[in-house]
Design a binder for this molecule. Structure first.
Ligand code: PEP
Ligand code: MN
Length: 341
């Protein structure tokens, strides 16, 4: 339930509502807007009907039931869309942002040359895996702390903020020392122990959608982060498992539009993992922006054919620069019937 206070509600009236929400068995989360305050009552053990009765309390304009099980991420909980700041970059603002870089950090030369090139092409953040979630234990697992040091060097030289994946709770303190944003990978979207720990840190989180997660499950995973105290969450659609076999995953672009309806959180798209095919990265990226994505995350490698992970879906440096140039080209015009007058 969300309790909307009236524009002229007093502090005492607001405090009374907060106290009643607690007495009813919920935790109150207060958001103060420029015109009014709203109180989100969070929790499942309390009495909903007791909350509904707060419609009669002084200073309350309305009590709105939230049909969805997620509350803090819900669009209704905040009047406006959220903007998540990573370094100097604002994700969820008027301009779409592009995060680019290799799937894995492989060497000093590889990450530095990629960082310089993607920056020159207009990317605003650098990605690169240090700890890799690989389907097979025999595949390259990432360079670990050495990769984190290289990412730091790349940030120092280019100024690009860094996002890198965290796979386990024990790595959080170390990765937080180096990264500007921590990625929760698709395979860990419902690792609730990890989400709980990440909700306690002050770094922004990039939360990828699980390959078989519904939109509701994805938003509930984000809810863990917000409920624990970390509101700096960016969602990332990276494709889901379907019966399709020609692409690595099915990039669910309608879900991008849907989460923008359901949630105030920024959402970006990952056409690299979403399609697995480098020739589809540009059209899928353009479509993602057209449908409302707040940004893109794209895998880029100086020599994709030699990449230690995800080479087949990585753009080389020139292809990425070309894609960036084409990203804002107008979409095609629509034919219209000549109207008889
Ligand atoms: C990645 O970003 O390289 C990655 C492993 O992504 P996902 O978790 O979406 O598979
Ligand atoms: Mn990858």
């Amino acid at each position: 339930m969300v309790i909307n206070m009236a524009a002229n509600a007093s502090e005492a009236e607001l405090q009374h509502v907060i106290d009643r929400v607690k007495e009813c068995g919920f935790q109150p989360h207060v958001t103060r807007g420029t015109e009014r305050a709203i109180v989100a009552a969070v929790g499942s053990g309390g009495s909903r009907s007791a909350l509904e009765a707060l419609k009669a309390a002084p200073g309350v304009e309305d009590v709105v039931p939230i049909a969805h099980p997620f509350k803090l991420v819900a669009r209704q909980t905040r009047g406006e869309r959220s903007c998540v700041t990573v370094g100097d970059v604002c994700i969820g603002g008027p301009d779409a942002i592009v995060i680019a870089g290799p799937c894995s950090v492989e060497s000093r030369e590889q990450i530095l040359s990629t960082a310089r090139a993607v920056r020159a092409a207009g990317a605003t953040m650098l990605r690169g895996g240090a700890y890799k979630p690989r389907t097979s234990p025999y595949d390259f697992q990432g360079l670990g702390v050495e990769a984190l040091q290289l990412l730091r060097e790349a940030r120092e030289e280019t100024g690009l903020p860094i996002v890198t994946e965290v796979m386990s709770t024990e790595d959080i303190p170390l990765i937080s020392e180096y990264a500007d944003m921590l990625q929760v990978g698709a395979r860990n979207m419902q690792n609730f122990a990890l989400l709980r720990q990440l909700s306690k840190i002050d770094k922004p989180i990039l939360l990828k959608r699980g390959p078989s997660a519904s939109v509701k499950e994805w938003l509930l995973a984000a809810e863990y982060l917000l409920a624990g105290g970390n509101a700096n969450v960016v969602l990332c659609e990276r494709g889901i498992k379907t019966f399709e076999t020609e692409m690595r995953n099915t990039l669910d672009l309608a879900a991008v539009a849907l989460v923008r309806e359901l949630s105030h959180l920024p959402v970006i798209a990952d056409p690299s993992h979403g399609t697995g095919r480098r020739e589809l990265i540009q059209p899928a990226s353009r479509a993602a922006l057209a449908i409302g994505a707040d940004g893109l995350i794209i895998e880029v490698h100086p020599c994709p054919e030699r990449a230690l992970s995800d080479g087949a879906q990585s753009l080389n440096l020139e292809e990425f620069a070309k894609m960036m140039r084409n990203l804002s080209a107008p979409i095609r015009s629509v034919a219209t019937m000549a109207m008889a007058v």
